[in-house]
Ligand binder design. Structure first.
Ligand code: HEC
Ligand code: HEC
Ligand code: HEC
Ligand code: HEC
Length: 224
């Protein structure tokens, strides 16, 4: 009986850790309790690598704490079949996708922060994810580089008018969400990295908003 109870408790514990919907201990937790081998050996706070309650020099939203990239242009996706004509370069701008690129373009160290804790600049441990200067390593798949022209388009208005003009897109319910269930967000009507990715939740893998098994994520927007 005791064994059964222990097994039951362990099963609950396992299902809890699998369903854990938190940035804590994920690959976006760069603190001492974090999810990468290069995690910090000094900083214990999780959110501090991206947010601060009190910005010093930065004004990027939401309460952004990570030094932004100075990359001025990333290029934009173009094709002859694309319907939208509003795709804008995110370089140097205020698009929320620029926040992702502050680490993922590989030009700025992940521990370069605006408002540090009393522990100072986080010391990063050893591992293969980051290079010796704390940038996402160039050989790492997660280093997207400074060219977004061969990536799914971002930073353009995705609204009912585009859906009608295109003929094979779902019509977003409003300027904040594509779907009525509020799983796929838009940012003032604009499609951004965080429309597909939730930086705080890696339950689906690759920080995706919804599992892409059977291409479910793609089908949230495309009717193909
Ligand atoms: C690796 C970077 C990263 C970490 C770590 C992180 N965030 Fe965020 N957070 C973001 C980005 C990027 C956005 C903007 C995109 C979005 O809205 O999802 C954001 C948006 C937010 C927002 C506003 C939008 C929303 O979803 O409500 C809140 C609140 C927030 N984060 C809180 C937190 C807290 C609290 C923690 C720590 C427990 C945390 N974040 C850790 C990157 C991060
Ligand atoms: C503070 C730096 C930082 C910011 C900001 C940041 N990331 Fe990351 N991200 C990382 C690091 C470090 C990793 C782990 C790299 C590794 O495991 O090799 C990672 C991993 C990922 C992964 C791969 C996860 C996996 O399971 O392999 C995705 C996808 C991702 N980030 C997307 C985003 C998106 C989208 C944003 C913006 C909404 C963002 N990140 C913002 C640092 C950051
Ligand atoms: C239209 C949806 C969508 C958008 C927009 C999007 N991603 Fe992704 N991203 C995905 C999917 C799906 C995967 C998983 C691909 C795979 O596993 O092969 C992925 C994978 C990744 C990875 C893991 C490494 C890799 O290349 O597989 C990173 C890092 C990442 N995305 C970051 C970003 C950043 C940063 C942005 C914005 C500049 C962004 N993504 C925009 C859907 C998207
Ligand atoms: C958040 C909504 C959304 C998601 C999720 C999404 N897309 Fe898109 N995608 C769009 C929009 C909007 C466009 C722009 C369509 C246009 O203007 O022609 C687009 C453009 C494209 C294009 C370029 C079309 C062209 O004519 O060049 C392809 C291909 C594509 N998406 C495939 C995918 C795939 C594959 C996935 C899943 C991995 C995916 N998309 C996920 C909204 C989305």
């Amino acid at each position: 009986m005791k064994k059964l109870a222990a097994l039951f408790a362990f099963t609950i514990f396992l299902s809890m850790s699998v369903n854990a919907q938190s940035v804590v201990a994920s690959k976006h937790d760069l603190s001492t309790g974090g999810g990468i081998t290069n995690k910090s050996t000094s900083e214990t706070q999780v959110c501090i690598f991206c947010h601060t309650p009190h910005q010093k020099t930065l004004t990027a939203k939401p309460l952004w704490n990570k030094t932004l990239s100075t990359q001025a242009t990333y290029g934009t996706y173009t094709s002859t079949s694309l319907t939208t004509t509003t795709v804008a370069d995110i370089g140097g701008g205020t698009a929320v996708s620029n926040l992702c690129m502050s680490c993922h373009d590989g030009t700025v160290a992940v521990n370069s922060l605006d408002n540090k804790s009393s522990l100072g600049t986080p010391a990063m441990g050893t591992g293969a994810e980051l290079d010796a200067t704390g940038k996402i390593a160039s050989a790492n798949d997660n280093n997207m580089g400074i060219n977004l022209s061969n990536d799914h388009p971002i930073n353009f208005t995705y609204d009912a008018a585009l859906a009608t003009a295109d003929g094979a897109l779902k019509s977003p319910v409003d300027a904040k969400y594509v779907d009525a269930a509020h799983t796929v967000p838009l940012y003032s009507g604009s499609l951004q990295c965080a429309s597909c990715h939730n930086p705080h939740n890696n339950a689906q893998g690759t920080f995706l908003r919804v599992s892409n098994a059977a291409s479910a994520l793609c089908l949230k927007c495309h009717t193909k």
